[in-house]
Design a protein. Structure first.
Lengths: 488, 488
C-alpha cells in the first residue's frame, strides 16, 4: 500500500481552525470555515452522483467557488480537471470528451462556452456554479499519495493537448520542495493572481492548506490591485509570469515595495535581462523559476540574491528533484554543453492520461524528458535556452505552434503553414504564421477561421504568405530557420 | 517500489555547497566540505567491509565524527545504531548483541566501556574513532524511503530495551512535519546540545541537510556555552529538556535573549508551570513538545504564543500525524476524557527490530499505542498526564522502573522491588526504590550492585526497605500507590 496522509484541509482545520485560509472577493474564511464550506459542497457533489475516480471539469475564474471545489472534489475522491477559460467551445469539448468528464462546472463568464461545449455530448452534464448547494458531506478519508488528484491539459509536438495526471504525492512533494526552497514564515500570505487552472495557480491553493497560510485570491490579473494587495494586505509571496511583473512594476512607478514582500516567484518562461536588472535596481525580490505542468510546478528556482550573479539562470533544482542534460539520450556533465533537460523526482507526473505512446516517448528509467533545451553551468545552475518544441510563451500561456499550424492547414486555401513566436513588448512573445496558399485569401479571413477554433491568445497576430516553408530532408519544418529568415 | 529520493547530503551539497553545514569544536564545514568528508569516511567504512544492511553501533559524544558517520553510514547502505554513552559495559554488550552490530565505533570517553562490552563477543569489532581514515567513497545512491536508516533503543514495561527501527521516510517526514510546524527561515541555525544518540538530537542532524541550515554542535550540555552560542552565533532554534532549560535560564540571570532566538523546542517530559511562566515572563519562546523515539521525535508541539493559554498542553499534532485517545482500545471523542495516546502517520516506526510480540502489542490497524496517558481538550490540544509505563524522566533520560526493579530483584538479598520517580529539583525526577528483603543488606551495597549493571542515571537515589509492596489481585505492582504511600 502506498503512503497515505490525512485529508489535508481536514487536518489543517483541526490544527489551525481559526487561522485565515482564504480572502476572495470580499469574503474571508478561516480554515475551520473553509472546512465547513467544503463539507457542504462535497455533500452536494455526492448528491449529483460524483464519486471515487470520477472526472469533474471546472471552467471557472479564480474565486471562492474554485477553492471550495478543489478541496470538495478530493473529499469525494473525484479527479479535478481545471480547464483554461480562454479556450473555444470546440477546444473545451475536445478536452472534456478526451478526459471523460461526467460533470462540467462553469461560471457566468464561461456559460456560453460551456453550454456550446457539452451540446449533444452524451454522459456529461454542465452545471452552473450558481446552482451549487450545500448538504452534509462524507467524512474525510485519507489521501493515497499515488492516487490521481488532478489532470491538467498541456500540448506538445503533435498539437493535440494531453492531460498530465498529477497525484496527491506530486502536489505534496511540490509543496514541500517549494517550502524547502523558499522557506516558510509565520506571516506568509500568498497572492494568487495566476489562474487556478494553471499548475502555478493551483499549487498556491494546495500549499495554502499544507502550510496553513492564507491565500489572497484575485479573480484576474490587475496590476493596480496587485500593488494594492502588496501594500495593504501584507502579501509576502506572489507567483507571476514576466509580463505580469513588468506591468505591475510599470503601474507602480518608483515607489518602493514594503519589506513584507519577500519573494516573487517568476515562472512561465524567461524574463528579460532588462526586467531582472530593473528588479535588482528597485530591490524587487524576483526568483526566476523553471516549472512544468508535468512536475506539479517548480523544478528549479534561483534565489533573488543570486539574480544578478547568475543572470538568466533558473537556479538549482528543488531538494528532491534531479535535473540532468542529455544529448541523444546520453547524460552530459555539468559545465556548459547544451541538450535536452531531463528530470526525475517525486513531483513528476506518472504520465499522460490515456496516451501510451506519448508516455513511452517521455519517460525512460524513471526520468522524464521535458523537450526543453538547456545546460547546467559548472556550479550546477540551470539555464533554459529553448522551451520545448518551439513553444511560444505569450503572457503566461503556452502556444504550441503545431496546434496552430494544424488549424491553418485545415483551411482549404492553405497548403502548408508554419508558426513561430516573435518578440512582443506586452506579452513577451506572440504567434506569427507563415502560409503557403493554394488560392488567394484575405489575412483577416484566415484569422477569423483560427479565432473560431483556437483560444484568442493562440490566434496568429500576423499571417504572412510565402512561397515555401523551410523543411529538412525528412520534411521536418525548420521553425528556427523560419524565425531567422523572417527577421532577415 | 517505494518512493525514493537522492542522497540527502549529496543533493544538499549540489544545491548549496558553500552554505555552512556544521560548526563543532572549532571546526566549520560547508555542505560541500561535509560532503567531501563523508565521502572519505564512506570509503573507509567500505574498506572495513561495511555494506548494505550492516548494523554499525556508535558510542560517541556529540562532535564532527558523529555527524560525518551518520551520513557516511547512509552512503554505504548501513544502519546506524547510536548508543547512549552513559550505559554500562553490560548494557552496551546486550544492545550490540541484540542488534547484531558488526562494528562498534567509540571515542576516548567511551573506550573502556566499548572494549569491555565487545570483549570475547564474536562477529563484532570495536574501532576507535581516531583510527578512522579516508579513502574514496562509493557514488551516492538513492535513499529508499521505506529502508531502515537507524535503530534506536528504548525500553518498556518488560524492562528489556527494544530497538525501534526508523526508516529514511520516518526521518524525512519528521523533518518536513517539524518545518511545517516551526517554519523555515533563511537564517535558521539549530543548536545541538542534546546527545545525537537520542532521537531529538539525531533529528537535528538530518534536518540540517534536508533544510540546508547549519547545526552548531556542543559536545555536551553546558548552560553557559548555550547562552554564549545564543548571543554570539545567531542560534535560532534549540532542542532541550526542561531541566536543561531551567539551568540555562538560571545561568543567564535576567539578561534578555536576542530576537534571533525564535524557538526552544522543549521535549522529554512535562515542564513545570513555574518554568513555563518564567519563560512567558522573560519572553523566552519555549514550545512544549510531545515526542517519541518511535515517531522519529516530534508528535505534537504547542506554539510559544499559546504556552499560557494552554498551560501544560503539548499542542496540536504535526501536519501528517494523527493523534487519538483510546480507552480499552476504543477511540474517545476530543473534549476531556483521558486514555491511552495512540498515533498514526508517516513518522511512526515500522516496528521494533526482532520483537514480533512487542509489535503485535503496539500496533493495530496502522495505529501505534504509545502507552502514554493523556487527553485532547475540546479544541483538540493534547495534554499528557502520565508517561508510558510509569517511566521516570530524569534530566532528559528515560528511566524504566521495570528495568531497575529487575536488577534489584537479581540480588540474592532482595525478595521484591518497586521503583518510582520522585520530584528532583535539578533533574525533574529521580528514581527511588522500595525493597522487600530476604536478609539484611546495606543500602550502599545495593546501590553499588545497581551501579555495576545500570547507567548512573538509572541507579536509585534512595533505597527504602518496606514490609511488602502494594500489588493488585493479579499481582501487578501498583507503583502509583507506592508513590502516594511514600509521600504520606
Amino acid at each position: 500500500m502506498s503512503e497515505s496522509t490525512p485529508d489535508w484541509l481536514h487536518q489543517r482545520a483541526l490544527i489551525s481552525p481559526e487561522r485565515l485560509a482564504v480572502a476572495a472577493g470580499g469574503e474571508r474564511l478561516s480554515f475551520g470555515e473553509l472546512e465547513g464550506r467544503v463539507n457542504g459542497v462535497a455533500g452536494w457533489l455526492r448528491a449529483q452522483g460524483v464519486g471515487q475516480g470520477d472526472r469533474v471539469a471546472l471552467l471557472l475564474r479564480n474565486g471562492l467557488p474554485f477553492v471550495t471545489l478543489v478541496h470538495a472534489l478530493s473529499r469525494v475522491g473525484a479527479i479535478l480537471v481545471p480547464l483554461n477559460i480562454r479556450l473555444t467551445p470546440a477546444e473545451v469539448r475536445w478536452q472534456i470528451a478526451d478526459v471523460g468528464a461526467r460533470l462540467l462546472i462553469y461560471d457566468s463568464f464561461s456559460a456560453a462556452t460551456a453550454l456550446k461545449a457539452v451540446n449533444d455530448l452524451a454522459d456529461i452534464r454542465a452545471v452552473s456554479v450558481e446552482d451549487l448547494s450545500s448538504s452534509p458531506g462524507p467524512s474525510p478519508s485519507r489521501f493515497q499519495l499515488d492516487a490521481p488528484h488532478s489532470i491538467l491539459y498541456t500540448s506538445g509536438t503533435t498539437g493535440q493537448p494531453k492531460g498530465a495526471v498529477l497525484t496527491y504525492g506530486n502536489h505534496w512533494w511540490s509543496a514541500v520542495g517549494s517550502a524547502l526552497n523558499l522557506g516558510l514564515q509565520a506571516d506568509d500570505r500568498w497572492l494568487a493572481c495566476l489562474p487556478f487552472f494553471h499548475v502555478g495557480g493551483l499549487a498556491i491553493l494546495l500549499r495554502s492548506v499544507i502550510y496553513g497560510h492564507p491565500v489572497v485570491v484575485h479573480e484576474s490579473f490587475d496590476p493596480v490591485a496587485v500593488n494594492r494587495a502588496i501594500d495593504e494586505e501584507g502579501i509576502t509571496l506572489i507567483s507571476m509570469v514576466a509580463t505580469m511583473l513588468q506591468r505591475t512594476l510599470d503601474a507602480r512607478g518608483e515607489r518602493p515595495y514594503p519589506p513584507t514582500l519577500r519573494c516573487i516567484l517568476l515562472g512561465g518562461g524567461p524574463a528579460s535581462e532588462a526586467l531582472l536588472e530593473e528588479c535588482a535596481r528597485r530591490g524587487v525580490p524576483a526568483a526566476q523559476t523553471y516549472g512544468l505542468t508535468e512536475a506539479a510546478s517548480q523544478v528549479a528556482t534561483l534565489a533573488p540574491e543570486e539574480a544578478l550573479r547568475k543572470l538568466g539562470s533558473v537556479g538549482k533544482p528543488l531538494m528532491m528533484t534531479e535535473v540532468r542534460i542529455e544529448r541523444d539520450g546520453v547524460p552530459v556533465e555539468a559545465g556548459g554543453e547544451a541538450g535536452e533537460i531531463v528530470i526525475r523526482g517525486p513531483t513528476v507526473t506518472p504520465g499522460y492520461d490515456g496516451r501510451p505512446e506519448a508516455n513511452a516517448e517521455s519517460f525512460h528509467e524513471g526520468w522524464f524528458r521535458t523537450g526543453d533545451i538547456g545546460y547546467l553551468d559548472s556550479e550546477g545552475y540551470l539555464y533554459v535556452l529553448d522551451r520545448r518544441d518551439d513553444v511560444i510563451l505569450s503572457g503566461g500561456e503556452n502556444v504550441y505552434p503545431a496546434e496552430v499550424e494544424s488549424v491553418l492547414r485545415a483551411h482549404p486555401a492553405v497548403e502548408d503553414a508554419g508558426v513561430i513566436g516573435v518578440a512582443d513588448e506586452r506579452w513577451g512573445q506572440a504567434p506569427v504564421a507563415f502560409v503557403v496558399l493554394r488560392e488567394t485569401i484575405a489575412e483577416s479571413e484566415l484569422k477569423a477561421f483560427c479565432a473560431g477554433r483556437l483560444a484568442r491568445y493562440k490566434v496568429p497576430r500576423q499571417i504572412r504568405v510565402v512561397e515555401a516553408l523551410p523543411r529538412n530532408a525528412s520534411g521536418k519544418l525548420l521553425r528556427r530557420k523560419l524565425a531567422v529568415d523572417s527577421a532577415g
